[in-house]
Ligand binder design. Structure first.
Ligand code: ATP
Ligand code: MG
Length: 303
């Protein structure tokens, strides 16, 4: 593995307590209210983490999220964001700083709502599979005769459960989300997710990218009970980004996200298997797709 690929980060080197390790991120405690949220170069698909990482991916996810947080702050100033700063806490040992720089955010720690807040503007993936089988998406009946990748009349909110490690997220109805979160909170999550998606969709479309779907996570501010947007936002890990130029209804699309990797896993019989190592060219192509998404969306060259 090239030495510039970072798939593991030790608490000992960081000098902070590691409080969680997700599929992609490692989370350290800075103080009672603050976390250091570090994106590694790990990549997961179909809920399994691949053996090798994608060079530069962690930094790219962090920098692209930061770009969106800035835009959201401008367009939806009433929404609280978990991002505090992209700088490292001053206690990080100098020899560890190069490992963490650019891939880390200091964020406010919040209790996380136990659903994934997914918005879809186009029908693809698990939604297309359900629609094809039953004419519904998350149990909601949609217009008859939709074709694969078709743009929906209006974007829809299709929440899912947040699976424990090793389990798969499960799509749920709005009613179920209301039972889990309470009707009032669920209504706010739906409304804010749609608003975020619409803002991002219009922004990205001007830059040649269609956001087919995306996933948000929210926390609650314990004092005010207001929603807080947490986690990564509108990255190729959390979204399906399609090329606007080559978009054609009725088939799968050319994308700037994990779809290339998912297709490789499926076509080689590796879908959902543990311990899979990506061939060098698949890792490189995936990195190129992520880079292109970053460059188009930010208008900046990726270093
Ligand atoms: P995937 O994104 O592939 O589903 P994952 O859910 O395991 O993987 P990671 O991205 O590796 O997630 O880790 C991020 C974790 O941090 C998530 O469990 C998310 O809910 C949590 N998280 C995000 N923001 C905050 C926050 N401000 N406070 C507390 N926890 C947070
Ligand atoms: Mg995540």
């Amino acid at each position: 593995m090239p030495s510039d690929v970072v798939v593991e980060i030790n608490a000992k080197d960081v000098g902070l307590e590691k409080i969680a390790s997700g599929k992609v991120r490692e989370i350290f405690k800075v103080d009672d209210e603050t976390l250091l949220f570090v994106a590694t170069d790990r990549i997961s698909a179909y809920d399994v983490v691949l053996e090798n990482g994608i060079s530069g991916k962690g930094a790219l996810l962090t920098q692209l999220s930061a770009h969106w947080f800035d835009l959201i702050r401008t367009h939806i100033p009433s929404l609280q964001l978990h991002l505090i700063s992209l700088s490292l806490p001053p206690t990080i040992p100098p020899e560890t700083q190069p490992l963490l720089v650019n891939r880390s955010m200091q964020v406010r720690r919040h209790p996380i709502l136990p659903i994934e807040s997914i918005v879809r503007g186009y029908i693809t993936g698990s939604a297309w599979a359900e629609y094809r089988a039953s004419g519904t998406v998350n149990g909601m009946r949609l217009a008859a005769g939709l074709r694969e990748s078709q743009k929906l009349e209006t974007a829809i909110w299709t929440p899912s459960t947040k699976a424990e490690a090793g389990e798969h997220d499960e799509n749920i109805s709005k009613e179920r989300a209301g039972e889990i979160l309470g009707e009032e909170v669920a209504g706010r999550v739906e409304g804010m997710s749609l608003r975020l998606y619409e803002m991002a969709r219009d922004y990205a479309e001007k830059r040649g990218i269609l956001i087919a779907d995306t996933k948000f996570e929210f926390g609650l501010d314990a004092q005010t009970n207001e929603l807080v947007l947490v986690d990564e936002v509108l990255t190729p890990d959390s979204s399906r980004f399609w090329s606007a130029e080559s978009y054609v209804v009725g088939r799968s699309q050319q994308s700037y996200d994990k779809q290339y990797l998912r297709d490789w896993l499926t076509s080689t019989g590796n879908r959902g298997k543990e311990g899979v190592t990506l061939p060098e060219d698949v890792a490189r192509r995936t990195a190129e797709k992520y880079t292109e998404a970053y460059e188009r969306l930010t208008g900046k060259a990726w270093p």
